[in-house]
Design a protein around this ligand. Structure first.
Ligand code: GDP
Ligand code: IMO
Ligand code: MG
Length: 433
């Protein structure tokens, strides 16, 4: 079955979009399965930089159909603006974007409630992207959401639905001391979005089933990362969707048996934006250096990302959780100037040594990483071919493969499309013994 899944292995921003862009050259359909405008997916093509938030990162290839899956929560106004932005840069999106009728809408009250929840928390909050994600998924779970299918109602019925929801949510906004929203204004804006988006709304499940049955290649694009997964991440410091492989089935309607390749994306070090435990975080000069060289500032919010060394305990747990078949390692070039590189290969928790990422974030807060130090390569790797990579860089790649028990098949050495090295599959790997 020709379905490949690309899933973030850390706390998001691993460089998923760059890998999706690389793999999308050879596919027919790219489908996002969860999240919403909280994602920031960067693709660099020559001197052009694109940042996608809700539109799948395959949109730059004219033959690719892009599907926004049913597991997403979609901000309709932001989606219209994003499509307009893409079109204004010369990309023809006509007939190439489909939106699942099952996806939920993010409405202005979701954004206000998200911001308010963050502002009220004395501990600094979760550090959300303030895009209304948690309130929108909460409404979905409460069965009070509005879905893309609702855009296909008669105008009067849609207006009534939106106005009713705004009035209900105004009670909550007022109880929290916030200004209520105008039901008419919100309904007007949704009607405007309806005019643009209704033609894109479809039951995308048969589209995907038929594509798979016809042998067309389908790529599923994960947003966020496995350690931000609502169940498997560092709860409550997580996002509100299933970012891990399981979510790709429910979020697209493709059965789990359809996936034959699950590519985990890992940076050669770790970053996290927002709050919550991060065992290998470096708060001093090492973290600063990673941030500056790696340009670790949020694509969606511009916030500085917290940085630290590669965490093989978290990574090997995530490999198992997702059933990853292979790994794309990104941003190896960021380590080029470090005299040595550290990798966390186990945690110490009290007197115990732990080699599985704990299920409870409070335990993750208690662990102390055990590190090993490897020699750096102190040479520029950007633009190099596999056979020209410095020996210590190859040793680093091989060492990570061993620690996480999953083969690394792609190594990214710069933001540009061309800065990519493929390591051939098979027992006699080109990395040598
Ligand atoms: P995503 O959310 O996982 O798609 O990742 P983001 O786009 O939020 O963040 C990754 C950042 O790293 C972007 O600015 C990319 O252009 C950049 N990037 C991706 N791969 C590489 C790489 O191999 N080296 C360097 N230096 N930058 C990269
Ligand atoms: P991509 O797809 C990095 C983080 C937020 C916060 C937590 C909850 O670009 O990798 P939310 O707004 O989802 O309720 O925030 O999740 N977060 C991300 N961090 N990359 C992302 O997306 C993220 N999307 C959400 O910073 O800690
Ligand atoms: Mg990102």
């Amino acid at each position: 079955m020709p379905v490949t899944l690309v899933v973030g292995g850390q706390w998001g921003d691993e460089g998923k979009a760059k890998i999706i862009d690389y793999l999308a050259r050879d596919v027919d359909v790219v489908v996002r399965y969860q999240g919403g405008a909280n994602a920031g997916h960067t693709v660099v093509v020559g001197s052009e930089k694109f940042a996608f938030h809700q539109v799948p990162s395959g949109i730059l290839y004219p033959k690719v159909t892009c599907v926004l899956g049913g597991g997403m929560v979609i901000d309709p106004l932001a989606l219209v603006a994003e499509i307009d932005g893409i079109v204004s840069r010369g990309v023809d999106t006509t007939g190439r974007i489909l939106v699942s009728a099952q996806a939920h809408l993010v409405l202005p009250y979701h954004v206000l409630l998200d911001c308010d929840s963050e502002d009220r928390r004395s501990d600094g909050g979760i550090g959300t992207t303030r895009k209304g994600i948690a309130p929108a998924y909460a409404d979905k779970a409460r069965r009070e959401g509005i879905r893309m299918a609702d855009l296909l109602r008669t105008p009067a019925s849609l207006r009534d639905l939106v106005s009713d929801r705004v009035r209900e949510n105004n009670r909550i906004l007022k109880a929290r001391g916030l200004k209520p929203l105008s039901p008419k204004k919100v309904a007007d804006s949704i009607m405007a979005a309806r005019a643009r988006l209704a033609p894109l709304v479809a039951d995308t499940r048969p589209v995907l089933w038929d594509a798979v049955a016809a042998g067309r290649r389908v790529l599923c694009e994960g947003a966020q990362g496995s350690l931000l997964d609502i169940d498997h991440g560092t709860y409550p410091y997580v996002t509100s969707s299933s970012c891990t492989a399981g979510g790709a089935a429910t979020g697209t309607g493709l059965p789990p048996s359809a996936f034959d390749r699950i590519v985990g994306i890992f940076k050669a070090y770790c970053t996290r934006v927002g709050n919550g435990p991060f065992p290998t975080e470096e708060t001093g000069s090492v973290g600063e250096k990673l941030r500056e060289i790696g340009r670790e500032y949020g694509t969606t919010t511009g916030r500085p990302r917290r940085c630290g060394w590669f965490d093989a305990v978290a990574a090997r747990t995530v490999v198992k959780l997702n059933g990853m078949t292979d790994i794309a390692l990104t941003k190896l070039d960021v380590l080029d100037t470090f005299p040595s590189v550290k990798v966390c290969n186990a945690y110490r928790m009290g007197k115990r040594t732990v080699d599985v990422f704990p299920a409870d974030a409070r335990d993750v807060e208690q662990v102390t990483p055990k590190y090993e130090t490897l020699p750096g390569w102190k040479e520029a790797t950007a633009g190099r071919r596999l056979e020209d990579l410095p020996r210590p860089a190859i040793d680093y790649i091989r060492h990570l493969e061993g620690l996480v028990a999953c083969p690394i098949h792609l190594v990214s050495l710069g933001p540009e499309r061309s800065a990519m090295v493929r390591i051939p599959r098979g027992p006699s790997t080109a990395l040598g013994a």
